[in-house]
Write a protein that binds this ligand. Structure first.
Ligand SMILES: Nc1ncnc2c1ncn2[C@@H]1O[C@H](COP(=O)(O)OP(=O)(O)OP(=O)(O)O)[C@@H](O)[C@H]1O
Ligand SMILES: [Mg+2]
Length: 157
């Protein structure tokens, strides 16, 4: 791993639905180095969850495969790449449309990409049919203003 970023990590796991929360929590733990607010962290977790679920359900069609995550920190920004070597996306523009899903019977609402795009600053989709899909998303964590804390003085008698 080249030291090009302030920090970098890689995660690889089998495409089991039970690993979705593992991935979400692991990336949240890594992202917490940037001191995000609870809301910012929740946004990152939701976006990771959507992308990982897509790899498992669509990329691998619930067959076994490997999901890879590469996360990098640069300044206040986290960049997350989530990829599979599954079936790929035929029409990326269509896949990004809100409510578009190829699995309507599986309680899918077709909102995964819309959610990723609204919760992250930038989302890029690269896909080759038969080879797989890579989602690259980033979010810049806003600098928080340090609030002056009020201390209560407790005097001992
Ligand atoms: N990793 C992937 N591999 C192959 N196809 C994908 C992948 N990710 C998304 N797609 C395709 O893009 C479509 C839209 O994805 P999106 O996440 O927006 O909706 P969804 O997964 O169908 O529904 P939801 O996310 O709301 O449960 C999917 O229905 C699927 O056809
Ligand atoms: Mg989805």
């Amino acid at each position: 791993m080249k030291e090009q970023f302030d920090n970098e990590m890689k995660l690889e796991f089998i495409s089991k639905a039970s690993n979705e929360s593992f991935a979400r929590i692991t990336i949240a733990a890594f992202a917490s180095q940037l001191d995000p607010t609870i809301e910012e962290l929740a946004d990152i977790k939701t976006a990771v969850s959507e992308a990982v679920t897509n790899c498992i359900i669509h990329g691998y069609d619930n067959r076994q495969g490997i999901v890879k995550i590469l996360a990098k920190l640069q300044g206040n920004t986290i960049i997350i790449e989530i990829s599979d070597n599954g079936k790929g996306i035929e029409n990326i523009e269509l896949a990004k449309e809100p409510l578009y899903t190829t699995k309507p019977n599986l309680e899918r609402s077709g909102m995964g990409f819309t959610i990723m795009e609204s919760f992250m600053d930038n989302v890029q989709i690269e896909s080759i049919v038969g080879l797989g899909t890579k989602i690259t998303m980033s979010k810049t964590i806003k600098k928080q203003e340090v609030e002056e804390e009020e201390f209560q003085c407790i005097t001992k008698e």
